[in-house]
Write a protein that binds this ligand. Structure first.
Ligand SMILES: *Cc1c(COP(=O)(O)O)cnc(C)c1O
Length: 401
């Protein structure tokens, strides 16, 4: 019997009842704007910022409209302006180079290693070209952060971390987003907490925090922030920092607060699914798993594997066969950008010299989401399907297309 999987790779869990109740309360009182508070009231957004700061161990947190907005705000807050070069990963998603473009910056892309982290040798070689690195922990893979920070400190490069896939993850016990000057997170539906859209920026630097609050659209209401520096920090920057509205609102904040409390349990549930798929794929001929180091505590909300040095035709055949059996794989080697997935050479606004070593990895790189609506049995079945189809194609002659 041929197994067919019928689950949806884009279906997340419902919003917790506690969040629904909190959202209804906000809808009923109607004060959705974060600075619209009754006397003595602390807004849901201000509380959310305090809770996320505590969760990540940061002094300051600003909640904003999206992950991409958090990235561009962080770049502005550390002083990136038009024409400035910004180092970033060649292997990431489009909002990352997009955030650099949003501030008029020029991306300088750094290659990827076989473990899907940034190529630190390539970073060393390029570090002199920019003052800022926008580091994407793409698909949750965290590089040797000690070595990365040493390279950047030696070159005078400020690090901003894109933690869209690492909320709840850590490296050597330090939460992701807490190594660099700023950590940016996304609360978009497909990330680790779901508000539809939303983002966070965390930092210990009071000038960066004050600028980020003003940039996010605080007008002169910044005193209503709680996870923010004191008025002196705002006095220093308030006349020179433009208001670029991109605020979080109380409705989204209300549904996020219970989700932050539930995060550790969700991380455990993701990792149980991740390990099941990984175990099911282990030893498949022609397929290489991405081994995770001891120092990395990751969140397995998606899984990646390599079909190293396979022909494009054979990789495409695996994708076709898997989707026929209900298993939706993404391929970072496809010539054209598809849905959420694109390759650095598709970003024509960020022209880059070819990177053959990176191209070789991306050519065989497969990615799959693991939403928590999948049961453990679903995950075991998905692994069986991929294993069978990869093995069949691996052993076949070059497929006809
Ligand atoms: C989703 C994502 C972002 C940005 O998040 P949005 O909230 O969608 O703007 C940034 N980086 C990566 C790697 C992402 O996947």
């Amino acid at each position: 019997m041929t197994e067919i999987f019928t689950g949806s790779f884009t279906q997340q869990e419902p919003i917790p009842e506690e969040g629904i109740a909190a959202a209804l309360e906000v809808l009923r009182h109607g004060r959705l704007h974060r600075y619209n508070t009754a006397p003595g009231e602390i807004s849901q957004t201000a509380l959310l910022e305090e809770e996320f700061a505590a969760l990540s161990g940061a002094r300051y947190c600003v909640a904003v409209a999206s992950g991409g907005y958090a990235l561009s705000t962080a770049l502005r807050a550390v002083g990136v302006g038009a024409g400035d070069s910004v180092l970033s990963n060649a292997f990431t998603l489009a909002p990352v180079p997009g955030a650099i473009a949003a501030v008029g910056g020029v991306p300088v892309l750094v290659g990827v290693c076989g473990d899907l982290t940034i190529d630190l040798d390539d970073l060393t070689a390029k570090a002199g070209k920019a003052r800022v690195l926008l580091l994407s922990h793409m698909r949750g893979h965290i590089c040797d952060m000690d070595r990365l920070m040493a390279i950047c400190e030696a070159a005078g490069v400020t690090v901003i971390e894109d933690c869209a896939h690492t909320m709840g993850a850590a490296w050597n016990g330090v939460p992701s987003g807490r190594h660099g000057a700023v950590g940016c997170h996304s609360c978009q539906t497909y990330k680790h907490v779901n508000a539809g859209e939303g983002g966070f920026l965390v930092t210990d630097d009071e000038d960066i925090a004050a600028r980020a609050v003003l940039l996010s659209g605080s007008y002169m209401l910044y005193e209503r922030h709680r996870a923010a520096p004191g008025p002196e920090a705002f006095e220093r920057v308030k006349y020179v920092t433009p208001n670029m509205s991109g605020r979080m609102d109380n409705l989204r904040a209300s549904i996020l607060r219970p989700q932050l409390r539930a995060l550790p349990g969700k991380v455990a549930a993701w990792n149980a699914r991740y390990r099941l798929v990984e175990d099911g794929l282990r030893g498949t001929q022609g397929l290489r798993l991405i081994e995770r180091g001891e120092a990395e505590s990751y969140v397995g909300s998606s899984i990646q594997f390599l079909l190293p040095d396979w022909s494009a035709a054979k990789v495409a055949e695996v994708l076709r066969r898997c989707i026929r059996r209900g298993v939706e794989l993404k391929w970072f080697g496809a010539a054209e950008p598809v849905a959420f997935t694109s390759r650095y050479d598709s970003w024509h606004y960020a022209p880059t010299a070819p990177m053959p070593a990176t191209d070789r990895i991306l050519a065989g790189l497969i990615d799959m989401r693991l939403p928590l609506t999948f049961s453990l049995e679903d995950c075991a079945m998905i692994a069986r399907i991929i294993r069978a189809e990869v093995s069949t194609v691996f052993q076949s002659e070059t497929p006809k297309i």
